[in-house]
Ligand binder design. Structure first.
Ligand code: HEC
Ligand code: HEC
Length: 424
């Protein structure tokens, strides 16, 4: 049964996804009962997020490529069944990057350059110096609001010709004009730039709501006090428990160097984002299947945005929250399975150490392809780790720990056989 959602305003609208009711119930509280209360920016943002009228052919909304039921990623398969990149509103244009989840994106800091102390005992990699943060995988938007203004005007996404054209669509709507005026002032439509910025601001407000960042995976629940009814205990000796120890170990693996924002035993550990928001070139291969479809050229990542060759091939570290359900992986969706990502790190370690490696990419059945951008590799970090990740026991353990980062709402979407194998 669907609860009435946003102050009854959406009742007249086409049914929004099940997720809407959930957010509304969580956020509105008693305000929801008051039909006369002004809407919040987040509520307006939610309507905009789901509104295909913001795209040229009216076929696409943010939710098309960031579907709530698919952890806010794009579930649509491309030719051959892969889902590495997104088809735009024209039904043809194909991007070159894998749509990341919009979940936890609210925590990405603005792009900056500086240094950060890592919680790492190895002095050679205990300090990171370089770029940090920025929204999009190459950091080109400062924050969520600037990001939200991008897709409507992106020719391979929502394809609108100008800010004015988008604002004209807002004005066509029966409800937006009064909602915008109530929230952003009577004169908000006098200037298309102001109205466009208000739209982006409302979408960002929606993305900053708790529904996008619940912090309630098994890992989070394991940090609650034992007396809390929601407390979760990793079963002792289970693959998932072992994977957690491998992941956090600065000896056994390199993961914690790049994927930890907070000290693992510090006060902020309950809000761990599993990304440091640093930039690295891991030496990933080109996604040849995708390039055959879209004909795109080398993706320089941060180096392309800054026009700085010393940053070529670098992409922002992704969060690992909900990662078990957000495949394919990496900025170009080159790997379909999490186990392939882990095996790739083992390969990258050997390469960084200058050791020969006869291992294969299990998805191609061939030896690992050369890096798409063979410069600026994060050799120091990638060479670390005493454990062989391709050993079956280690591979399963790390995958299982990543599975345990799935938020409660999505746990039922995990394959039950995997959950059982992990001992979760
Ligand atoms: C056609 C598919 C498509 C549409 C429509 C779309 N996005 Fe995206 N989104 C992507 C892709 C692909 C990326 C990664 C692009 C990149 O890094 O260059 C992305 C990146 C993002 C990010 C950055 C996440 C991160 O980790 O940096 C956010 C947030 C986001 N989109 C929100 C939105 C919002 C809000 C809308 C609607 C205004 C929207 N998207 C519309 C495909 C889409
Ligand atoms: C040198 C820093 C670094 C180290 C060390 C590292 N990662 Fe990553 N990780 C990254 C970056 C950067 C990305 C995004 C790369 C891209 O998209 O091009 C990433 C992406 C991932 C992804 C895919 C996320 C997604 O949504 O596509 C997974 C899974 C992952 N890492 C797991 C691990 C594990 C497990 C380890 C330890 C074995 C590890 N990483 C070690 C920097 C690192």
């Amino acid at each position: 049964m669907r609860e009435p959602t946003l102050l009854g305003r959406t009742a007249a609208r086409a049914a929004l996804p099940w997720f809407t009711a959930l957010i509304a119930a969580a956020q509105l509280g008693c305000e929801g009962a008051n039909g006369g209360a002004p809407p919040s920016k987040a509520e307006l943002g939610e309507l905009l997020f789901h509104d295909p009228n913001l795209s040229k052919e009216r076929t696409q909304s943010c939710a098309t490529c960031h579907a709530p039921e698919a952890v806010f990623t794009d579930p649509r398969p491309l030719e051959g069944g892969i889902a590495a990149a997104s088809i735009g509103d024209d039904g043809q244009s194909l991007g070159d990057r894998n749509a990341p989840s919009a979940m936890y994106a609210a925590f990405i800091p603005p792009l900056s350059r500086g240094s950060r102390a890592r919680f790492h005992t190895d002095p050679e990699i205990s300090l990171y110096e370089g770029y940090l943060g920025g929204v999009f995988l190459d950091g080109r938007a400062r924050d969520l609001a600037e990001q939200a203004g991008g897709p409507p005007l992106n020719p391979v996404e929502m394809g609108m010709p100008s800010e004015e054209a988008v604002v004209a669509r807002l004005l066509e709507d029966a409800e937006y004009p009064s909602m915008f005026r109530a929230l952003y002032g009577e004169g908000v439509f006098d200037d298309a730039k102001v109205a466009y910025a208000a739209m982006s601001d409302a979408i960002a407000a929606f993305e900053r709501t708790e529904a996008f960042s619940p912090f309630d995976s098994r890992y989070d629940r394991s940090l609650l006090s034992k007396s809390d009814p929601a407390h979760y205990e990793y079963p002792e000796g289970s693959p998932a428990a072992r994977g957690r120890d491998l992941f956090f170990s600065t000896e056994a693996t390199s993961c914690s160097a790049c994927h930890l924002m907070h000290q693992s035993d510090g006060p902020d550990r309950a809000r761990e984002l599993f990304s440091s928001y640093e930039y690295h070139n891991l030496g990933l291969p080109e996604n040849q299947t995708l390039r055959r479809l879209n004909g795109a050229k080398t993706d320089l990542g941060l180096g392309g945005v800054l026009d700085d060759p010393t940053q070529n091939g670098k992409f922002r570290v992704g969060t690992l929250r909900n990662v078990a359900l957000t495949g394919p992986y990496m900025h170009n969706g080159v790997f379909q399975n999490l186990s392939t990502v882990i095996l790739f790190y083992e390969h990258a370690k050997k390469r960084a150490r200058g050791e020969s490696d006869a291992s294969q990419n299990p998805e191609t059945g061939e030896s690992w392809a050369e890096p798409e951008v063979d410069e600026n590799l994060s050799t120091a970090e990638l060479s670390r780790g005493s454990e062989d990740l391709s050993r079956a026991e280690n591979l399963l353990a790390l995958e299982c720990f990543l599975v345990s980062l799935t938020d409660a709402r999505y746990e039922s979407a995990l394959p039950p056989s995997l959950v059982a194998r992990c001992g979760l």
